[in-house]
Design a protein around this ligand. Structure first.
Ligand code: TRP
Length: 470
């Protein structure tokens, strides 16, 4: 094995090259968070003000935490908890810090379970547009002759069908399991190296299509006109949460991916590329979706329904509507799969290392757990809609199973994990060890260190507080 990483001696797997690492990490970051959640959040939170603050969050909080996470992984060359433990040991700090990794791995497992539920919806829309392409033909709009309410009701129709929801959820999870079971270089890397370029191609095509056939001017105005009166506390909270989710932070995913990086990868630079690519895709997703939605005269603030309901309606009036709709959802599927793969990898690497299991066994075990939770999440839209798993906690009293998992991970696990990571890297870990890993020097290094020590933990603590009590 040519990899220079110290992991080569311990049997820990490695990326086959730096670009494979970048593609995989960008694949992890770019997902439903960019294509579905970002435009939905931007639309619900007033457009420009949200977008500007989002970029600010990525730079000031997301990027420093991202570098902290990959750095821990690269030094540890092991699963997330063991990587944190290694850094702690080498810094003469308490081994209990490995809790960061354990909590993260657990949170990644929880996120995986409901992420695959939404992945299932994407598969459903691929089916819908494929069927429509055969029915209405290539050139016209999608869903010829069908009423807008009809198209809009596809999503609630799916939600009402428990067995279909479960089936699609498990299909998406099965695809994820398949690639993770094949390993880092032949499975996870394969998805990244083949699917991410296809994603970018389709994405570019659809953005250009939107720019020419849609209302591009209105979309640009909407996303980039910064109206500061709209920047409320709520909007800021939404922006930080979105930045974290989009960059796959706070839950050990990036620690795990960093652990496969070789010693000669410059982590500072690589983190910048990952964060930059993720943010570019989120902004471009807005520039792909809003022109199409505006051209159809639909509202920007449809929230979660924006991608799954407004967009299909908009495709009705567009040339090549069925084909573009199909391409769009295939593209989202690729992005989602490269993300779910990273969510499964974090807990799998842990189970594999800790219990000395084969990768295949570990993947199946974690996957089976995610299947059980996924079924409960899928059914929380229909048969189990009245089940309130965390009814005893006021914060989550009204949440069904799906919302409870989403809420617990976004409001508790992610901020807590990130705060602990910042304190650990900024204050506890040996400064020399950190300096050797981060690939930064001069002013950049000083800035990063100040952000990790002071700015990030304080802002994150505020977020945690308002997330719970606000
Ligand atoms: N970032 C991904 C997205 O935008 C989702 C994701 C993948 C994720 N891995 C993660 C989110 C780890 C949180 C933590 O869709």
């Amino acid at each position: 094995m040519a990899a220079a990483g110290s992991g080569a001696t311990s049997g820990h797997e490695n990326w086959s090259s730096r670009s494979a690492f970048i593609l995989a990490a960008v694949g992890s970051a770019v997902g439903l968070g960019n294509m579905w959640r970002f435009p939905a959040e931007a639309g619900e939170n007033g457009g420009g003000a949200f977008v500007l603050f989002y970029i600010f969050c990525v730079l000031l909080i997301g990027l420093p935490v991202l570098l902290s996470e990959v750095l821990i992984g690269r030094h540890g060359q092991a699963s997330a908890p063991d990587s944190v433990r290694k850094v702690a040991e080498d810094s003469n700090a308490s081994k209990s810090w490995s809790l960061i990794g354990s909590l993260g791995v657990f949170a990644a497992f929880l996120i995986l379970s409901f992420y695959c539920v939404v992945g299932g919806w994407v598969v459903y829309y691929i089916g819908v547009f494929l069927g429509d392409l055969f029915q209405t033909g290539l050139t016209g709009g999608a869903f010829e002759g069908r009423a807008a309410e009809d198209i809009e009701s596809l999503l609630p129709g799916l939600f009402g069908n428990g067995s279909l929801m479960v089936g699609l959820n498990l299909a998406f999870l099965a695809a994820t399991i398949f690639f993770v079971a094949r390993g880092v270089s032949s499975g996870i890397e394969w998805v990244a190296v083949y699917l991410m370029p296809m994603f970018f191609l389709l994405f570019l095509g659809i953005t250009i299509y939107g720019a020419f056939t849609g209302n591009f001017g209105e979309a640009v105005g909407y996303l980039f006109t910064f109206d500061f009166s709209k920047l409320t506390g709520e909007v800021m909270l939404a922006a930080v949460g979105q930045a974290f989710f989009s960059l796959s932070l706070g839950v050990a995913g990036m620690i795990t991916y960093g652990s496969y990086a070789s010693r000669n990868t410059n982590l500072g630079e690589t983190s910048g590329i990952i964060a930059g690519a993720d943010t570019a895709v989120a902004l471009l997703a807005g520039l792909a979706i809003f022109p199409i939605v505006f051209a159809a005269g639909l509202s920007a603030s449809a929230g979660p329904g924006l991608m799954f309901q407004s967009l299909p309606i908009a495709f009705q009036a567009m040339p090549f509507g069925s084909l573009i709709g199909l391409a769009f959802f295939i593209m989202v599927f690729f992005a989602a799969l490269t993300s779910s793969v990273s969510l499964l990898e974090a807990p799998t690497a842990f189970v594999k290392d800790r219990f000395g299991m084969s990768r295949a066994m570990a993947t199946l075990l974690v996957g089976a757990g995610a299947a059980v939770l996924g079924v409960l999440s899928s059914l929380s839209f229909n048969d189990m809609a009245d089940f309130r798993p965390l009814g005893f906690i006021p914060l989550f009293a009204e949440a069904n199973f799906f919302d409870a998992l989403d809420g617990v991970t976004a409001k508790l696990f992610m901020p807590i994990g990130a705060i602990m990571t910042c304190i650990f890297v900024g204050w506890v870990a040996d400064a020399k060890l950190i300096d050797d890993e981060n690939g930064l020097d001069g002013v950049l290094h000083q800035t990063w260190r100040a952000l990790v020590r002071y700015v990030c933990p304080i802002i994150l603590a505020v977020i945690l507080f308002f997330g719970i009590f606000g």
